[in-house]
Every structure is written in structure tokens, then in C-alpha cells.
Design a binder for this molecule. Sequence first.
Ligand SMILES: Nc1ncnc2c1ncn2[C@@H]1O[C@H](COP(=O)(O)OP(=O)(O)OP(=O)(O)O)[C@@H](O)[C@H]1O
Ligand SMILES: [Mg+2]
Ligand SMILES: [Zn+2]
Length: 525
Amino acid sequence: MYRVLYRKYRPRFFADVIGQPQVTDTLKNEIRADRLAHAYLFTGSRGTGKTTCSKILSKAVNCLNPQNGDPCGECAVCRGIDDGTVTDVVEIDAASNNGVDDIRVLREEANFTPAEAKYRVYIIDEVHMLSISAFNALLKTLEEPPAHVIFILATTEVHKLPATITSRCQRFDFHRISPEDIAKRLEYVCQQENVSVEHDAALLIAGIADGAMRDALSLLDQCMGQADVITEDSVRKTAGLADKTHLFEITDAILSKDAAKAVEIADELHKQSKDMARLCEELVGHFRAVMLIKTVRNPRESIVMSESDFIRTEKQAQSLNLPLVIKIMDTLQSAKERMLQGVNRRIEMEMTMVKLCGIRAEGFSDPGLEKRLSSLEKLVAGMKANPPVVSNTPVKAVPPPIKKPSIDMAELRKNAVKFDGWQNVVEHLRQYSRSLGTSFEGSTAYISGKYVLVDSKNDMCFELLRKPEHRTEVRDAIQHITGKIYSLGKYSYPDEQKPDDPLMQLVSDFKAAGIPVENKEKNSN
Ligand SMILES: Nc1ncnc2c1ncn2[C@@H]1O[C@H](COP(=O)(O)OP(=O)(O)OP(=O)(O)O)[C@@H](O)[C@H]1O
Ligand SMILES: [Mg+2]
Ligand SMILES: [Zn+2]
């Protein structure tokens, strides 16, 4: 019988759990030192090892012959837990047993001493699904746990748990697993399965899985069903990722201002029944990647594409400046809108190709865009007269009058201390909203008085923070990590260097208005 890979390769020892040393090392130490807690809370994003570690822990605490904090996997107890004959380890799926009665039964049972093992272990998976009354019943047991009982609560949605529960547990946060770690594990699995896999293909799978090992193994499973040798190309096909060759070719044509070539490629795609509006969208996606490469500190993490595609995109990004990229994206967006309004898509695409090949960063003539640029300039001019320095809304797009308490940034800067828990805040945010969490990647933060000041090269986070609901989410996340309520602000450096090139000036004006552009190359000289 075929067993899906992610079940077959569920780690049986802490040593095999990848990418979670903050969990596995700590647990092993506790087991070695016999310093066990009565309740553990495993939280973090999906497919990263929570259930797996619950099972290993349940064996490790009961194993007759523990190996340096790991279960032996061989003794009667380990084997009994594995095949379910040792009844002292109970797994409860809170998604289907979420009522108060389920927990009452558990509480009564928990009073009995274990039959075969040292500890009765209750693994409550998806614990956030319990009803309020079930939580209350559970709480009573957590308050006075019998000495021989250990609870392991696992959930992706820790914010749904009452604080009374979380505060009684030792909490472990499982992180998204890095693409390199995932790729390594995939290569190990392929080796065991006698399948050959290219490193770049493994990395592409890892990128698509976005940190979840289970998703990575599932995709690998599908790829194995499709081809004997797993290449980037086969992954792309299996995952339904489009081949990007035409996007690179069109970009090359734009770079060399070869309108004939660009139109020819578009026509060829049209002949192959490619939808031209879809092509516009793909091109926007492609230039978005270019934009991220030019603005974000760790662009690789936010861009899902194969390694070779990424390298190629990076190369193209070097030949494009940001204002140009933004104009190209803008042109493509408007073309797509017109296509959706019913103009002839092929003609529109051809016109767009010609336009794109003629675009210069300066003097681009698109009346709509120009109007927006000039209103933006006015707006920026207004803001300069009355710059908001630190506020709940770090970047204001609304022109004055803005009444702000005058806050002395220099003073705030002087008192600022590095906010060490910031990465936890960002990780926590990602659980609510991936885009919000991602926009803070690579950022750091400082605490000064009642402010948390965010320092980020990626202005997208400030853009998002303009929305009240996002500010609330970030403040809540900070409160969750620190227990305190802070106001949010943007960390600004003394006398931020103003580039003198008029175009770069425009970019920095965009930036001041909260539009996510920043030119890394320019800043680094
Ligand atoms: N850290 C890891 N190291 C190795 N394999 C892992 C890891 N995390 C997950 N896996 C693989 O993914 C499968 C699913 O993992 P697991 O059930 O532990 O995830 P989970 O965190 O409980 O996910 P969910 O939140 O969806 O319940 C495992 O059987 C294993 O094959
Ligand atoms: Mg699980
Ligand atoms: Zn054992």
C-alpha cells in the first residue's frame, strides 16, 4: 500500500525534526534534566512539526530507555505508543471533540494513575476549537494537574486561546522552515525513495510550500507521480506555475527598446491562445518581483520562483531603475483595465508593447499618469511643510491640515533601545495576515517611551500601517508579545540624505507619500 510521503517521513525523534531547534533542544534538555512542565503549548504555522513533536514528546517522557532526551523508539512503551496499544497517551482532535463533555471525560480519566507508562499524556490538537465551556473545564485541570499528567496543546491559532489557558502552559513557537532546510529534507527523502531531484527543483518546491514541510512533501509526492527525475520544470508543471520564459523575453525587448521584438512575442503568444489580459497580469507580477528586488532587504523570501528564474530576474532588475519599473507597471495595469472594459485585447497589447519599449524614466507621456504624479507632487509639497514625524499613522497620504502633537524625533531616537522581541511580533503577525507579516520582513524596531518605532527599508509596511485595522493588528501583536500597549511610529534617521538627482528626488517624494519605492543602489553610494 502506498503511504503518502508526509506520513511516511514523519520524524520519530527530535533529532530528525528540522528547523525548530528552539523547540527540540529545549525539550531535550528538560527531559534530560527531568524538569517537565505539566502543560505545553505548541503553536506556529501549519505543517511545521507541532503534532510530530507532540508525539515524540509523549514517547520521550515515557520511554524506558531514553537516549539523551529522545525516545529510543524500540522499547515496549515506545512501540506501544506508536501502535496505539499503550492507552496512557491519548490524542484528542479538538476539531471534532470540542464540547465540555469531552473534556469532563478527560478530567475524570486523568485522575487515574497511568496503566503502563510513567505519565498520562493528553495531546489536544487544534485546541483553539474547544468551546468556551470546554476551555473552562480544561482550565480547572490545568490549575491543579495531577502529578502524573502532561498536557500538550497544539494549535495554529494561539490568539484564539483564552489567556487563562496560555498563561498556564510552557509555550513553544514553531517557525516557518527555511527553504534551504526544506530542500535538504526533500533531498534526503528523494534519496531514500531512489528518486533523483535537482537542488533547484527542491528549492522551488520549498518556495512554493512557504515554510510548511507538509506542503513541501505533498508537492514532492505529486511531482514523483509525474516524472522520474524531478527538475525545476517538472515542479513548475506539477504546481501549475507558468513557464516564465516569455516574461523574460518581453522584458529583454523592453530593455533593448526593441518594439518589433516585443510585439512579435506578444503576437506569438496570442496565436497560442494566450489571453492578453492574463499576460498583462503576469507581466505586472514579473515587474513586481523586480520592484521587490530593488526595495526589500530579503526579496528572495517574498518571491516564489525557481532559483534560476530568480537569478535571471535579479539580472534584469540591475538594468532597470525604480521609477521606470513603476511606470511600466502602471502602463500594464491601465492596459489591463482597458482590456477588461472591452477594447480589442490584441491591439491593446501591441500598443502597450510599443509604449513600453519607448518608455524612459523621464518625459513619459501618459496624461493620466502625469496628472497623478503632479497631484502627488503637490501632496508631497504640502507634507513637507508639515511633516508628520511620529504618529499612529507613520506616513500620511492625506494633505494638511494635519494636527499632530509635536514629537521630538531626536529625543525619541536618543532614548530608543532595540526591541528584541520584534521578530516574535512579526512572526505572530504572519499568523493573522501573511501580507502584513511579510511587509515587515527584514525590519527592526526600537522602543522609546510609549512608542515602538519601526525601521524598515521596505516602505510597504508603512503603507499598510496607514489602515487603522492593520495598526490595531500590529499593536495587538506587540501587546501579545510584550504585555504592553505602545503607539506606533516610524524610526527616522537624522537628516535623511536627500538624493540630488531630480528623479531620485521624485522617488524619495513617492516614499515620503507612502508609496513603496526606494532605490537600494542609489542609497548605497
Ligand atoms: N520540522 C519538521 N521536520 C521534519 N518534518 C516535518 C517537520 N514539520 C513537519 N514535517 C512533516 O510534515 C508532516 C506534518 O507535520 P505536523 O503534523 O507535525 O505539522 P503540524 O505543525 O502539526 O501542522 P498543522 O498545524 O497543520 O496541524 C510530518 O508528518 C512530517 O512529514
Ligand atoms: Mg498538527
Ligand atoms: Zn523507548
